[in-house]
Design a protein around this ligand. Sequence first.
Ligand code: NAP
Length: 290
Amino acid sequence: MTTVMYGDGLAHQMRSELAEEVRELAKKNIQPGLAVIIVGEDYASKTYVRIKKNAAEKIGIYSRVLEFDESLKEEELLAQIEQLNKDEDIHGILVQLPLPSQIDERKVLESITPEKDVDGFHPINVGRLSNNQPGFIPCTPYGIEKMLNHYGIDVAGKHVVIVGRSNIVGKPVGQILLNKDATVSYCHSKTKDLKKHTLQADILIVAVGRANLITQDMIQSGAVVVDVGNTYLESGKVVGDVDFDEVKNKASSITPVPKGVGPMTITMLLYNTVLAANQSLNESSMESTD
Ligand code: NAP
């Protein structure tokens, strides 16, 4: 019997717990604050930003959206981030990607203070994850870890094969699971004979963005399959990277698209923002005892 691993139930449960934590923080006169920066008019980016803002406000997080014209200069954006770095009402800063070509994405991400880097993309937080030290962990990979945990899937000693090596999903999810004693392999667009690798997976994580890349002949019987991909078909339907209908008959557990990994991503953004607020409280209490 295959388990379909839905993310929406866990996301709902975690958001209720976070709302409770926000109420507790209010008793200490602190309201977690999230700033979301968006540059340009990209429809999908605007939709994501609106969803993030609504989700934050629903659990009592203060949210501020800063919208800028497509022509924004890099130094203007860096100056805005500098102000947010100093703003005591803001605990988390997120820059919606992609940015227009005149702006160096890396430079912008590096300008966010690591203590407010709730997306976990700053090199300091990337390094902390790599060293298995506490820090902000990127939201989608973190959500995958929480889902595997929730469904009782122990990764220690398992062979995890990841298809996709992006900085926001593939690489960090491998790092998280390596830290939990999995044996991790990465595949990407230059991998020869993808099927040879995917067939070896106890746990297969696919983050590519190509509909039906993974078919049932590419997984071993009983594998756990996590599908991160999102492809929008002309019909408006969204599908993952895995041929769900076929693969679900062979996998022991599988995430659907939609309602799989997706709902966990924003939940982990809220989680990281509340964590940042808690950490700021600890820092200010340390300062006052100095
Ligand atoms: P990305 O930056 O475009 O990375 C895609 C990765 O797939 C690259 O590493 C690429 O290899 C690899 N790849 C491309 N074609 C391949 C092939 N034929 N065989 C094997 N590997 C191949 O994408 P991303 O940002 O990681 O996102 C991946 C997917 O996840 C997208 O569909 C995105 O929409 C979705 N996503 C979903 C969520 C969510 O919340 N559910 C969050 C983030 C992303 P190279 O490195 O060699 O180019």
